[in-house]
Design a protein around this ligand. Structure first.
Ligand SMILES: [Zn+2]
Length: 211
């Protein structure tokens, strides 16, 4: 079985959903960079202190420090049975740095879907102005368009879920993260999954792929 796995995919491609489903079935840990940051900073480690300085001065933590933090986390005993790394690497430079740390990666799984579908998913969330109830235009729409089932309030879209934000997130993905697909293809550890299908279908292929 492939144990050390990186998930790649555009926002809206379902990485988080499938990571959660896979963790339920296999003894893998879901590792995100956000969790690593919080942990290192909380534990007051050398790397955590360095990262905190950058965060507090409003800057980005340099790739070298992030790569070291990730490599350190992945070498801890609880990652022995395998991990799903999600959210890192995001750029070619980060992928090269991760490779230099010597962490073994068995598979990079790319969740593929076309931009039209991704935009639909990313802009599907709407909320009630009055009671904050969440709706999803694709999966849990209100009975009456634009109106809250619970309180009759007006439904609106948050700026994070707007078409404008979705477009710029996808553009950034295509520019920075998509080149990783070629990088891992060359390393012969890339596997592509069509994630434009029903969840169960994608999951079936994902399980087959890592066995
Ligand atoms: Zn409401």
């Amino acid at each position: 079985m492939k144990k050390n796995i990186i998930f790649l995919g555009a926002p809206g491609a379902g990485k988080g959903t499938f990571a959660a489903l896979l963790v339920e079935k296999k003894a893998l840990l879901h590792i995100s960079t956000g969790d690593i940051f919080r942990r290192e900073i909380k534990n007051g480690t050398e790397l955590g202190k360095k990262a905190k300085n950058y965060v507090e001065s409003g800057g980005l933590v340099p790739d070298e420090i992030v790569a070291d933090m990730v490599a350190k986390r992945l070498s801890e005993p609880d990652c022995k049975e395998g991990f799903i790394l999600d959210g890192f690497p995001r750029t070619l430079n980060q992928a090269e740095l991760l490779k230099k740390t010597g962490v073994r990666i068995d598979a990079v799984i790319s969740f593929d879907a076309n931009d039209d579908l991704l935009i639909k998913r990313l802009t599907a969330r709407i909320m009630c102005r009055q009671c904050n109830e969440n709706y999803n235009k694709l999966f849990s729409p209100p009975a009456k368009e634009g109106i809250c089932d619970k309180c009759g309030g007006e439904l609106y879209q948050r700026k994070d879920d707007s078409l404008e934000t979705a477009n710029s997130r996808l553009a950034l993905y295509h520019k920075e993260t998509a080149p990783l697909i070629d990088f891992y293809k060359k390393g012969k550890i890339l596997f592509s999954l069509n994630s434009a299908r029903e969840k169960g279908e994608v999951m079936k292929d994902l399980l087959k792929l890592i066995e």
